[in-house]
Design a protein around this ligand. Structure first.
Ligand SMILES: [Zn+2]
Ligand SMILES: [Zn+2]
Length: 358
């Protein structure tokens, strides 16, 4: 099958013919329909997070079940599914405590025995490797897609929509009437904005350095925008909401903006880190702030319980209560994937989607 293979840090993706295994017990072979191009993939391409090379990235995807392994009962061949990038083992402590997104018994970040190239092992990323025509995934990572939800929409539910909306509604559990700042208005940030509005926030202040991103933020429901290229964004947010906001979300993946989010919140507020801070980085917080019960928490995958949350998000989309079509700025085929990443780096798009032949 055709896949976009990454052979090392800062190298272009090469479209190559690689081999994929047959589904084992509990696994499913999915034919990929659409895969979103996400900033998290870029972090691995740029070496900010470690992986073993060669690797096939891609973790925001939907497809059609083609084959199932022994014991699989939740899906059948022909089913349209979103592929979650965390599989749930159902028996580890975190799964039992209702936090399947922190599962410790699943596949982890990479597996090395499912994909190969001329006999050499190729790392399977996030248990899926979605920049490829087929994916071999855990059946627990499959969430059925309603017939009237387009596959490219379902794909985005698999990462950016879930990560962003879930950060607001599941991780932070924003209360009605809260004030919110969202720093970074890319694919994830726009969904934090939607999640904050859906949770009843009274003010949602979008912060970005690019005018086109701030325009998108308004379309997605931001009540105020702050252009961080023209002054101190912390002061600007504090001016809009004296004393600071209840919640500030970091949706870029930089320590400087993480620290700014902590400065933007009021006493008792929460800074929520949604972006992937570089693996080797550290955040510095002022000690006295903890006397004001200020806190910083991480949010991973929107704290998703995927088989509950993804159908919920797709239902909101069907009722036109969640914008997802508007997130998709461009479509590419697999051969255009390096162009798609260049557009992402340049801040030209909300989201690009790689589409595959039916
Ligand atoms: Zn992602
Ligand atoms: Zn588990």
């Amino acid at each position: 099958m055709k896949a976009a293979v990454l052979h090392g840090v800062d190298q272009p993706l090469l479209i190559e013919d690689i081999d994929i295994d047959e589904p084992r017990a509990g696994e499913v072979l999915v034919k990929t329909s659409a895969t979103g191009v996400c900033h998290s993939d870029l972090h691995f391409m740029e070496g900010l997070y470690p992986t073993r090379f060669p690797v096939v990235l891609g973790h925001e995807s939907a497809g059609v079940v083609e084959k199932i392994g022994e014991g699989v009962t939740n899906v059948a061949p022909g089913d349209r599914v979103v592929v979650a990038f965390v599989a749930s083992c159902a028996i580890c402590d975190n799964c039992v405590q209702g936090k399947p997104y922190l599962c410790t018994g699943g596949q982890g970040l990479g597996r090395h025995d499912r994909l190969s190239f001329g006999g050499e092992s190729v790392t399977q990323f996030a248990g899926m490797s979605a920049f490829a025509e087929h994916q071999l995934i855990s059946a627990s990572a499959c969430v059925p897609v309603p017939d009237d939800v387009p596959m490219e929409v379902a794909a985005l539910v698999g990462c950016s929509v879930m990560t962003g909306v879930g950060a607001a509604s599941n991780t932070a559990r924003i209360e009605v009437g809260s004030t919110v700042a969202v720093v970074g208005c890319g694919g994830v940030g726009l969904n934090v904005i939607q999640g904050a509005i859906a949770s009843g926030a009274s003010r949602v202040i979008a912060v970005d350095m690019l005018e086109n991103k701030l325009a998108s933020a308004r379309e997605f429901g931001a009540t105020d925008v702050v252009d961080a290229s023209s002054g101190d964004p912390v002061a600007a947010v504090q001016e809009l909401v004296p004393g600071g906001v209840d919640y500030a979300f970091e949706a870029i993946g930089l320590t400087v903006t993480a620290e700014q989010c902590f400065e933007m919140i009021k006493r008792g507020g929460r800074a929520v880190i949604v972006g992937m801070l570089p693996a080797a980085s550290s955040v510095t917080l002022p000690g006295a702030a903890f006397l004001g019960e200020k806190g910083m928490i991480g949010s991973f995958y929107g704290s998703t319980r995927q088989t509950h949350d993804m159908p919920w998000l797709m239902e909101l989309y069907r009722q036109k209560r969640l914008k997802i079509d508007e997130l998709i700025s461009r479509r590419y085929d697999l051969d255009g994937i390096n162009e798609a990443f260049a557009a992402l780096k340049n801040g030209e798009v909300n989201r690009s989607v790689i589409t595959f032949e039916e």
